[in-house]
Design a protein around this ligand. Sequence first.
Ligand SMILES: [Fe+2]
Ligand SMILES: [Fe+2]
Length: 157
Amino acid sequence: MTDTYVGDVSRTIEILQAVLATELVCVLRYTQHSIVANGLASEGVKKEFAQHAKEEQEHAMSVAERIDQLGGAPDFNPKGLASRSASEYTTGADLVSMIKENLIAERIAVDHYRELIRFFGDNDPTTRVMIESILAVEEEHASDMLDLLATHGGVKD
Ligand SMILES: [Fe+2]
Ligand SMILES: [Fe+2]
């Protein structure tokens, strides 16, 4: 990290720990869903869940690297992970509930990251740009879940 950092570094690290936890919970949720989803129509959905799990893992890694760059220690402790995360770990009873739960989690992430982008603004452009690139993927994820919901008979909201 350079000594020209304008923002509050410890506050930034704290925020990024919550983002890291959110991403890790997303990895766990999508991974679980990709394995337990079943039924005739589930093959494509399982693949989509697995792909999202992989992308959430990439997000977690970028955020963890940024925390390290800022002089923090990325928190991968499973203890308290759920409470540090902005979204929940949920296991759906069927395909449509899983899709809905992922859609909710994606929307929470999208709202949260949009807020963070405004927060970082020009004080920390490096972190802001990272969150912006993560946000673009979360928006795609939300849209993928909406499409799956339409395909699999869930009602859009
Ligand atoms: Fe993500
Ligand atoms: Fe996502």
